[in-house]
Structure formats: structure tokens, C-alpha cells
Ligand binder design. Sequence first.
Ligand SMILES: NC(=O)c1ccc[n+]([C@@H]2O[C@H](COP(=O)([O-])OP(=O)(O)OC[C@H]3O[C@@H](n4cnc5c(N)ncnc54)[C@H](O)[C@@H]3O)[C@@H](O)[C@H]2O)c1
Length: 266
Amino acid sequence: MQIEQHSFLVTGGASGLGESVVRAIVAQGGKVVIADLNESTGQALVDELGDNVRFVRFVRCDVTSGDEVQAAVELAEKEFGGLQGSINCAGIAVVQKLLDRENNPADLEAFSRGVNINLVGSFNVARLVAASIAKRVANIDNTESANEKNADNGIIINTASIAAFDGQVGQASYSSSKAGVVGLTLPLARELARHGIRVMTIAPGVFATPMMQTIPEKAREQLEAGVPYPKRLGNPNEFAKLVTHIIDNAYLNGEVIRLDGAIRMV
Ligand SMILES: NC(=O)c1ccc[n+]([C@@H]2O[C@H](COP(=O)([O-])OP(=O)(O)OC[C@H]3O[C@@H](n4cnc5c(N)ncnc54)[C@H](O)[C@@H]3O)[C@@H](O)[C@H]2O)c1
């Protein structure tokens, strides 16, 4: 699917990997609704994109809310005449051990918050974006299934993490939520095939984003040393390049791609 003239919902688009995706799509002539909790950084990005402002909108949106994601989808339908896909980058990292130093049990609410935003949020966005695309396509042509025509009507890209496979101590919430995102990929791709909608997941390694700036410098250096090649953190624009390739390459479907410089967490 070409990016130019098409429109995409980018959740978490106000920061880090999502922000990089917004910039890449707009640079290629695509249109974006940025759906994020952070109004100040989201609006600042829209303002900064200046000349391209007619192609970008920001909406404050919590990916766990059905009403708020539906409002973001409807904004894209109204402003851009419909959606061709979503790139779901909204996510949080919850760090807590099952037992603390005194062997007290973990906080259940913190565990659930990570699963709710990372996994349930991904499903929520996928279901509402897929419904929008499927209805638009059915209105255009309901005589022949999209699958038979190889129409490439839509693309849903979710963001997992290598923690889905190589989870560390303290990452129970994060790893299990991201493993859930991996698990969404094939069943959704199989189900949406008849609408000509592809579903892909990217599992990033360690990228230089605001999420990573919360870790101490020493830990960051250790992470960089653990990447076989290239020996550095990933650049968010390398994530965005993979996203734009996935959108463009119609034969990529139902798969999870690690983007990690060959790092394997032990
Ligand atoms: N940075 C990394 O090294 C790395 C590695 C693997 C996976 N990831 C995943 O990539 C995604 C993006 O991470 P990042 O590093 O760019 O993080 P980031 O913190 O820079 O950006 C995340 C964005 O998501 C938004 N957000 C958080 N909760 C939200 C919610 N409920 N609804 C809507 N928006 C919400 C935040 O406001 C923020 O703008 C996350 O899912 C993260 O788990 C990141």
C-alpha cells in the first residue's frame, strides 16, 4: 500500500517511536491522526510539522477507552475521508518483581495497568480501526471479496518488544503484555484476510526514546554493550523505516519482526 494520500492512526505518536513514525508518514505525503495522552507534546509536534499541518491532527486519546479511540477513528474519517491503517505505539513499562525484598506480593493493579494499556489497548485500536476500514471497503464494493481482489485495503501494525521473548526479572507485566501483542498477530491477520487488511507486529530491542531515558546511564551503557551489532541503541527512525516498509510491502502479513541488532537478553 502506498503511503501518499492515505491516512493512518498513530497511537503514542507524541513521543519516541510513534513520533518518528508520524514524521516518516508525513514526509512521504501520508496523513496522520496522532492519538496520545500527552496533549502538549502531541500538539507541539503538529505545530512543528508546519507546512504539512493539513495532513496531521492530534487528538487526546487513551488507547484503553472504546469511546476515545472511536472518536480518533471518526476524526480521521471526517478530516481525511477514511483510514487505511494504524500503527499502535502507545505503551508503558511497568517494572515490579512478583515479591519485594520482604517477600510481600506485587501490586496487582500495577500488573493490570501494563496489560491493559499494552495488550487490551492494542486490541481496542485494532478492532475499531478494522471496523472502519471494513465498512469503508464494503461501501465501495461488496460484490467481490477484498481477499479475492488482493486489494491491500488496510494495515494494522502493533508494537511488541523483545521482552515478549526474553523477559527480565521485574518485567512480568511488560513481558506478558507484549507476548499478548505477539499472540494477537496471527489470529487477527487470518480473520481480517477476507477484508484485505494485513496485521503485523514489530518487536523492538532497545531504542533511544524518552522511555529509555528513565534508566540510569550505567544501565544504558550495559545495554549498548550487549548489542552484537551495531553496538548502540536503536534510532527511532530505524523503527519508522520498518513501519513504512511494512505498509509498502503487501506480502508481509501475520508475522512478528524483531528489530534489535541481534541482542538476546539473558
Ligand atoms: N524504547 C524502547 O526501547 C522500546 C523497546 C521495545 C518496545 N517498545 C515499545 O514501543 C512503544 C513506544 O515506546 P517509546 O519508547 O516510544 O515510549 P515513549 O514513552 O517515548 O512513548 C510512548 C507514548 O505513548 C503514550 N501513551 C502511554 N499510555 C497511553 C495510553 N493509555 N493511551 C495513549 N497514549 C499513551 C505516551 O503519552 C507517549 O507519548 C511502547 O509500546 C513500548 O513498550 C519500546
